[in-house]
Design a protein around this ligand. Structure first.
Ligand code: NAD
Length: 505
């Protein structure tokens, strides 16, 4: 890629680069870029312009077979699974450095593929991806077994071994980062990987494949098969020689992955799925402006296409009107939909026309169910060239309404008033999901009580979306059963082996 402008803070710089992007579009199998065995291709579209960005090789079950065979061969060969921990660490550290060096190219690909503002890619997704590879590199020589306290006639060792071939199936909302959350711990543990990116955002994974190879990941250890979920994704889920599916995506498909495992070889399945996370703003909230700011970011960041979006705003009834007024002002100041390649843009289009229609459909349902539309609610004026939806807020929402029950996955917040903490807890838990929640209060006892009672994998107190790599990221209930990030994630890519040595009497 060449660029004429060198000022990374200017839209011109990113447009120049975008004009010269020639992304890799083939599959990556056995250390080589190859065409799909059927010769098929599918289009990926820039959601900001509706223009075709690339035609990508469309992998099918046959390509999944080839990738799994390459992965298994590499695993058995030991070029990655059996090397010294330090050697594997060096490669993943180098991968992190290469990702950092190619920050602009990787950012551009995700920005153009799924509509995320370039400023978010550069400021959030990229550094988080680099950190993910660094963190899991660091875990490698910390994976330990145990010697248990047996009687004198035996020595019992419990060792941890990699699983074998891990299939990673990921969504489009953070294409590179969600890939890193799955792939880095699987590789760190010594597995081989077959990655199936989302068909809406297939490009950055191919550049990642190139960088991992350059970093020294041996051939066959990391493979990418782009293709459709019901075809390539299903084939990976049903494959008899895949030991684990690490899945991030919708609850519906997460359940299918568990069915596939039952129908095939009982492979392990970890799922990170949808959410409908509550932000509970109590009457004794310390600083309402701070809570409002987090609430706005929690639902409008990444166009609301965030699994842990704080989409249900549970606000004490005495604060609700004030909250809505401040929310509208803050949203207008902070989120301006526009060209994702312009670094001043804070909100891009939704990923596809289908997603845009889905979100607009939820807005109609909110109106017809009697919720009060107080912000947005339509395609922003002048932006009908892309799949945009304006930042939207409903007030006076009841927990029984569809907009309070279903994951919208778009920039639509719902203010639900409550009377007391007990009612807030009941509403917060009145959902099939349980990914995240937040509690805003100045009372320590209330914070602890609610944090204990809210059914969610992550509870933030007086903040939202904070954390670091040590924080297990995953849900309760139908938000899934896996945990990304954290040391537990690398262990979930291993299995224990008991070695019982009889020492005589
Ligand atoms: P999705 O479930 O439609 O797709 C996810 C992946 O599954 C894609 O790669 C897709 O091709 C594949 N897939 C689709 N149908 C399949 C099938 N029948 N068999 C096998 N594979 C199939 O989800 P999405 O629309 O890409 O992503 C949005 C969802 O992801 C939201 O529900 C969001 O909450 C969730 N998500 C969760 C987390 C988390 O950590 N909990 C993080 C990001 C996104």
């Amino acid at each position: 890629m060449t660029a004429t402008s060198t000022d990374r803070t200017s839209g011109q710089y990113w447009h120049d680069r975008a004009a010269s992007v020639r992304p890799e579009t083939r599959l990556f199998i056995g250390g080589r870029f190859v065409e799909a065995s059927s010769g098929g291709r599918f289009r990926t579209v820039n959601p900001a312009t509706r223009q075709v960005l690339a035609e990508v090789a469309q992998g099918t079950a046959k390509d999944v077979d080839l990738a799994v065979a390459a992965a298994r061969k590499a695993f058995r060969g030991g070029s990655w699974s059996r090397i010294k921990p330090r050697a594997r660490m060096d490669v993943l550290y180098k991968a992190a450095r290469l990702i950092e060096q190619h920050a602009d190219d990787l950012s551009l690909l995700d920005c153009m593929d799924m509509g995320k503002p370039i400023s978010e890619m550069i400021g959030i997704d990229l550094p988080a991806t680099v950190l993910t590879f660094q963190f899991f590199a660091e875990t490698i020589d910390k994976i330990e077994g145990a010697v248990t306290n047996t009687g004198p006639s035996a020595l019992h060792l419990i060792t941890r071994e990699p699983l074998g071939v891990v299939g990673c199936v990921v969504p489009w909302n953070y294409p590179l980062l969600m890939t890193a959350w799955k792939v880095a711990p699987a590789l760190a543990a010594g597995n081989s990987v077959v990655l199936k990116p989302a068909e809406q955002s297939p490009l950055s994974a191919l550049l990642l494949a190139k960088l991992l190879a350059e970093a020294g990941v041996p051939e066959g250890v990391f493979n990418v098969v782009n293709g459709h979920g019901e075809d390539a994704g299903r084939a990976l889920g049903l494959h008899m020689d895949v030991d684990k599916i690490a899945f991030t995506g919708s609850t519906e498909v997460g359940k299918l992955m568990m069915v596939y495992a039952g129908q095939s070889n009982m492979k392990r399945v970890s799922t990170e799925c949808g959410g409908k996370s509550p932000q509970i703003i109590l009457r004794d909230v310390g600083n309402l402006d701070t809570a409002v700011e987090y609430a706005v970011n929690g639902i409008f960041g990444n166009q609301g296409e965030v699994c842990c979006a704080g989409s249900r705003l549970l606000v004490h009834e005495t604060l609700a009107d004030d909250f809505v007024e401040r929310f509208r002002a803050k949203a207008a100041e902070s989120f301006r939909p526009g060209d994702p390649l312009d670094p001043s843009t804070t909100m891009g289009p939704l990923v596809t026309e289908e997603q845009q229609k889905r979100v607009l459909g939820y807005i109609e349902s909110g109106k017809s169910d009697g919720a009060k539309l107080v912000l947005g609610g339509a395609v922003p004026v002048g932006l009908d060239r892309g799949f945009y939806v304006a930042p939207t807020l409903f007030a006076g929402v009841k927990s029984s309404m569809k907009i309070a029950r279903e994951e919208i996955f778009g920039p639509v917040g719902a203010v639900i008033p409550f009377r007391d903490p007990a009612e807030a807890t009941r509403i917060a838990n009145d959902t099939i999901y349980g990914l995240a929640a937040s509690i805003w209060t100045s009372d320590l006892t209330t914070a602890h009580k609610l944090a204990r009672d809210v059914e969610a994998g992550i509870v933030w107190v007086n903040c939202y979306d904070h954390g670091d790599m040590t924080m297990p990221f995953g849900g309760y209930k139908q938000s899934g059963q896996g945990r990304d990030k954290c040391f537990e994630a690398v262990l979930a890519n291993t299995q224990t082996k008991s070695i019982w040595i009889h020492l005589g009497n």
